[in-house]
Design a protein around this ligand. Sequence first.
Ligand code: 3NM
Length: 217
Amino acid sequence: MTGKKDLLAVLDFYLVTDSGLSKKGTLSDVQEAVAAGCRIVQYREKNKSTKEMVAEASQIKSICGADAIFLVNDRIDVALAVDADGVHIGQEDMPIDIARAILGADKIIGLTVHNISEAIEAERSGADYVGLSPIFDTATKSDAGTGIGTERIKDVKNAINIPVVAIGGINKQNCRSVIENGADSLVAISAVVCSDDVKRETQELIAVIKSASGRIC
Ligand code: 3NM
């Protein structure tokens, strides 16, 4: 197990980048979130060239350093190019067993799931954590579908032994219920990257998550 995999146990707030929504830019968002105590960053970029992505991913990797896990969304080639800590993939992306064969045992692989059966299958196939989505309706991802609600988090959490990261429509107002219903960590893209102060927003979310999960602040 790598040192970075140990961090999966204490994720709290999980930053996913969105250059389309960001007010100050992806690199600034990562810098501020990591400075606020965020321990996992996923570089999610749908509109840039591979060359631009490799350059940006390399900069994000340096910002994360030893303090934060650095994952790349979907693009296993970009993750390998910059020696990221791993990838986050969806149900329609590279099959997880093939992703694992390409990346090796030490890399972190997260998989998006929408229900208990996908979560059980994710764990069986060797995922290191699942992203459960969407918890609430969200405008950030047009094809995300209807929110499943917080009650379903418990069902998924009880069915598997790997961390559950909640995503979709989460903000400072509803994040407590997400953690109280069993999520180990959560993503809040628009709530954070559209805010005027990413660092403060991240700190406040982390404080609520720690308090809701009983972790010491
Ligand atoms: N994936 P916000 S929802 C990147 O349902 C992503 O798989 C989703 O953004 C999924 O926190 C989503 O602004 C966007 O709602 C989440």
